[in-house]
Design a protein around this ligand. Structure first.
Ligand SMILES: [Zn+2]
Length: 210
């Protein structure tokens, strides 16, 4: 057999196989040359994000896409004080939602105060809080803010430690920084980066990664 014939023959064989698979997808019974392994998984023939409806690939319909900029909702383990002052990116909202799931484990609610305003940009009286990834939280999981003479709670530290991924830094007062580090060391819990920022004795400022 010449080269052209060999190629033609190979193509024909390939064609038969392809037809065989397609037929198996459509009828899930009739096979030309292969066992019906594909009929059970017709989705394998459709591009990612679509599914075989019996006759053709149709796009999967997912949930409506979340808006990129929206208020952080009060969810399980999350208490948002004022949603009008808690706008954030979808990434930040996901972080908060997950932080709430940790808070629930320790019978608390992450107390979220200011995040960002209804539009990205300056958010008085804050110098930052413009990009939807800075959030003020209490040092405890019950009320906001935390009086200066009230110690941080272990539950709050649990959330901070468990959720350190995604945190760029946590702005805290010098006294709170020492307090947090001492408690974390005694428990052997890892911490996100802490930064000593003035004016953060009654609440912590969590800055998430962009
Ligand atoms: Zn802040």
């Amino acid at each position: 057999m010449g080269l052209v014939d060999r190629i033609r023959s190979a193509l024909a064989e390939l064609g038969v196989r392809l037809v065989g698979r397609l037929v198996s997808v459509r009828s899930r019974s009739f096979m030309l040359d292969e066992p019906d392994v594909w009929g059970a998984v017709p989705v394998a023939y459709c591009p990612v994000g679509s599914v075989w409806d019996g006759q053709k690939c149709v796009a999967l319909v997912g949930p409506a896409p979340e808006p990129e900029w929206a208020p952080v909702p009060s969810t399980s383990g999350v208490r948002v004080r004022n949603s009008k002052r808690a706008y954030a990116t979808s990434k930040t909202r996901a972080w908060v939602r997950n932080a709430g799931l940790v808070a629930v484990q320790v019978d608390g609610e992450l107390q979220v105060a200011d995040v960002s305003g209804p539009e990205p940009g300056p958010f008085p009286p804050h110098v930052s809080h413009a990009a939807g990834r800075d959030l003020d939280v209490a040092y405890r999981l019950d009320t906001y803010p935390t009086p200066a003479d009230v110690p941080i709670s272990q539950g709050f530290l649990a959330v901070l430690s468990a959720m350190r991924e995604g945190v760029e830094t946590v702005g805290v007062s010098i006294a709170r920084k020492a307090e947090i580090e001492a408690l974390a060391a005694s428990l052997g819990w890892p911490l996100p980066k802490l930064s000593a920022w003035p004016g953060h004795q009654t609440h912590a400022h969590v800055r998430l990664r962009a």
